[in-house]
Design a binder for this molecule. Structure first.
Ligand code: G6P
Length: 372
């Protein structure tokens, strides 16, 4: 009913607008007065967690892209090697797991059969298992050693939005917790990152308040046959998610690439008028990826691409090469996915709506896939 949708036309639109709360609620109550991270729910002996030498993240669909963000964050903050694998691939390839392996599954529903079976398999092989999950008491958290719930609230629309941002938030918390436990970051550094995280909900709201610009572009592109997305570092999973949303909702060809891979193949796809979204790293990125991505924008533009850029507020360099620029507020480079994802969600929603499609129930898809 309209009431359940809070006055929005669709659950998806409502859920996109719920995102400031989804992130805030996922952060809530997870620090003490002194600013230390407390993850009481993580019922694995801290000594055992300290002995973890490898992390494997398992998930499917959008949740797997949250897993990719988790890898960048955990490796950077904790210096523990992280692999990310699709659950259905993991189980059928003799993966190497031992008691010092921590398997982190990510699932909105907690019922995805592929992920459940992968977690069971990992347990049988002796791994410790943590579930990042949005559904209380669902099967995957029940079968895991520990759970870190995301508090996005029920997600009704088939295509995941607020659960994705909540999963990324939970992954950051897990990463910071492991860094705290293993003394890989100074406590002040952890506090600084948490303080930046606390500002994210208001910044998401700022992005939502600027949605009209994105919507207008989406409507003007309603007859587009293909859209490419480029990103680098944590912007890479964002590009993949932007492409997935467009496939799921608008049924058009969309592909995400790591921007550095452009010259190794995808650039051949570029011809006159090809729309290319580029998720631009922060100019503050410590690997100086910003300049590299700006040259990627120039490269595709020189070949006729219509460039649509998602960049950080104040990044004036990108503007001259972009047909359209969407700005998001400044944050730490590592936290940018919580902001840069949002315009891509709105774009897919609006383009699909302009085509007259049911965005809450896209064809051929199910909210949770409980068969193999
Ligand atoms: C289905 C949904 C996707 C979701 C994926 C994983 O394919 O349509 O939106 O990302 O399952 O679901 P999970 O509940 O495990 O996160």
């Amino acid at each position: 009913s309209a009431a359940e949708k809070d006055g929005y036309d669709t659950f998806m639109e409502k859920e996109i607008h719920d995102q400031p709360h989804a992130v805030a609620d996922t952060l809530l109550g997870r620090t003490d007065a002194a600013g230390q991270l407390i993850l009481d729910e993580l019922r694995i002996d801290p000594e055992e967690l300290k002995s973890i030498t490898k992390i494997i993240v398992l998930a499917c669909g959008t949740s797997a892209y949250a897993g990719m963000v988790a890898k960048y964050a955990i490796e950077h903050w904790c210096r523990i090697p992280v692999e990310v694998e699709l659950s259905h691939e993991f189980r059928y390839r003799d993966p190497i797991i031992d008691p010092n392996t921590l398997v982190v599954s990510i699932s909105q529903s907690g019922e995805t059969m592929d992920t459940l079976m992968a977690v069971r398999y990992a347990k049988e092989q002796g791994a410790r298992t943590v579930s990042i999950c949005n559904t209380n008491g669902s099967t995957i958290p029940r079968e895991s050693d520990a759970v870190l719930y995301t508090h996005a609230g029920p997600e009704i629309a088939v295509a995941s939005t607020k659960a994705f941002l909540a999963q990324i938030t939970a992954a950051y918390l897990l990463g910071l917790y492991l860094a705290q436990l293993n003394k890989k970051l100074y406590s002040q550094a952890i506090k600084d990152i948490l303080a930046q995280l606390a500002e994210i909900p208001a910044k998401i709201q700022t992005v939502l308040d600027q949605a009209d610009q994105v919507k207008e572009l989406a409507r003007s592109m309603k007859d587009t046959g293909s859209v490419l997305f480029l990103g680098r570092n944590v912007g890479y999973p964002v590009a993949l998610e932007g492409a997935l949303k467009l496939k799921e909702l608008a049924y058009i060809h969309a592909e995400g690439f790591a921007a550095g891979e452009l010259k190794h193949g995808p650039i051949a796809l570029i011809d006159e008028g090809q729309p290319v979204f580029v998720v631009v790293p922060s100019p503050m990125d410590r690997h100086s990826l910003h300049a590299k991505v700006v040259s990627n924008i120039q490269e595709v533009r020189a070949r006729g691409a219509k460039t649509i850029v998602v960049a950080e507020q104040g990044d004036e360099d990108v503007k001259q090469y972009a047909e359209t620029t969407f700005y998001v507020p400044e944050t730490l480079p590592m936290l940018m996915p919580l902001l840069t994802t949002v315009p891509l969600q709105i774009f897919a929603l609006e383009l699909a709506s302009a085509k007259g499609y049911d965005v809450d129930q896209p064809r051929n898809l199910a909210k949770s896939v409980t068969v193999e």
